[in-house]
Design a protein around this ligand. Structure first.
Ligand SMILES: [Zn+2]
Length: 413
């Protein structure tokens, strides 16, 4: 670790995952984000390498938002000796708890399966980190509100500004060095303007150094996306089968439900049963309700069971795997919203397996589908897809709707 004032970019060159920036001012170190590498296997393997700096000598972490590619390596940082505060906004703290516990759980599960079937080179196969590691990181989270300056260490002051990307996401303005020599802005991921639910990004004032990870500064025409969604729902109901929507639990599910409810209230679509089959999406929706500072939704209305904008008229939350399986016996028009968003895993796989062969089924892909995923295969008109080692014929109607693509989603849950 050098003593000059420097920023080291420790993410993967040429990709936007694994965001980690070591900021050194007057010989003291602060980390901006601490994400996991995601995507192709060669990239994911980099998560197993030791962090390229002494974690115990980092004073603090400033987190921009809760997505795994910005937060997912925090448990590793703590395991390697970091003990300082991890600053984030209040909504990010709650989301990080859901996301890091889920990530640890999945890694433990994967290691267990690898050990049971012996398909790992490593014996025993170990999780990248455990639930205990995740809990140790979560205990270090300290919240700071948007717009309120706070000292990070003796050499850095910070302010969070709303980034409009996901719930809790922030752009950081940093004042470096005593006497305020340099102003640095770190964007994390930026959101779009005019999106459903979340407030717009705040304009960031001038700075000496700006670190922008990715921008989605374009304005989407939400009216067009809404009209397109209404058409998809009406056609799906006319076919008489289920409308299955693979969607990311964090953000996408809430935007979809919000839009469906608006369409119901405008009589643009018929009221049919809507099943939200994702415990994580349900937890995330609760976090939306705890954080009115993030959106303009009416607080009174949010608590009104009949009129709440983040639920459909006939919405059912599916919690257990048993309830999820029971949906297979149900026929007639209905909407099933379930993770993951590119049909790479999660409960949506079971619904696709059960219903892709039925020509009354409609599948709506509401966002970007990465190469190599089942979602991409479906979007490109595959006549069959492989699920659980079996070939499943595709007789369902598959529709893609890009208006809901607010982020290049990568591997989010
Ligand atoms: Zn993000």
């Amino acid at each position: 670790m050098g003593d000059a004032n420097t920023i080291r970019f420790l993410g993967a060159a040429g990709t936007v995952t694994g965001s980690k920036h070591l900021l050194t001012v007057n010989g003291r170190h602060v980390l901006l984000d601490c994400g996991l590498f995601q995507g192709l296997k060669a990239l994911r393997l980099r998560n197993w390498q030791p962090l390229p700096f002494d974690a115990a000598r980092v004073d603090a972490v400033l987190m921009s938002h809760a997505h795994l590619d910005h937060s997912g390596a925090l448990p590793l940082l703590v395991r390697q000796g970091f003990r300082g505060p991890i600053y984030c906004t209040p909504a990010t703290k709650e989301l990080a708890a859901v996301i890091l516990r889920d990530a640890a759980h999945l890694q433990e599960e994967e290691a267990e399966i690898a050990n049971r079937y012996g398909f790992s080179k490593h014996r025993p196969a170990l999780p990248l980190y455990t639930t205990d590691d995740a809990e140790a990181a979560l205990r270090l989270l300290e919240t700071r509100d948007y717009g309120a300056p706070f000292p990070v260490n003796g050499d850095i002051d910070a302010i969070y500004r709303r980034a409009g990307h996901i719930l809790g996401a922030a752009t950081m303005e940093l004042q470096l060095g005593p006497g305020a020599c340099t102003r640095l802005v770190f964007s994390g991921d930026l959101g779009r303007w005019n999106r459903p639910i979340l407030r717009d990004p705040e304009l960031v004032p001038e700075a000496d150094v700006v670190l922008v990870e990715s921008t989605y500064g374009d304005r989407i025409h939400s009216g067009d996306a809404e009209a397109a969604l209404a058409r998809v729902v009406r056609d799906a109901v006319a076919r008489g089968g289920a409308l299955i929507v693979p969607a990311f639990a964090l953000g996408r599910v809430q935007e979809l439900i919000w839009t469906l409810r608006r369409l119901e209230d405008a009589d643009a679509i018929p009221t049919v049963p809507v099943f939200v089959d994702s415990p994580m999406a349900t937890d995330v929706t609760d976090i939306y309700l705890h954080h009115p500072e993030e959106h303009d939704l009416d607080k009174q209305l949010l608590r009104d069971a009949k009129r709440a904008p983040l639920r459909c008229r006939e919405q059912r939350i599916i919690r257990t795997a048993q309830e999820s399986k029971a949906l297979n016996d149900r026929s007639g028009p209905m909407i099933i919203v379930s993770a993951s968003g590119m049909a790479t895993g999660g409960r949506v796989i079971h619904h696709l397996k059960a219903r892709l062969g039925d020509d009354r089924t409609t599948v709506l892909l509401p966002g970007f589908q990465a190469a190599g995923t089942r979602g991409r295969a479906l979007a490109e008109g595959a006549r069959e897809v492989r699920i659980h080692g079996r070939s499943v014929p595709v007789r369902a109607t598959v529709v893609t709707l890009d208006g809901f693509s607010a982020h290049a989603d990568r591997d989010e849950p």
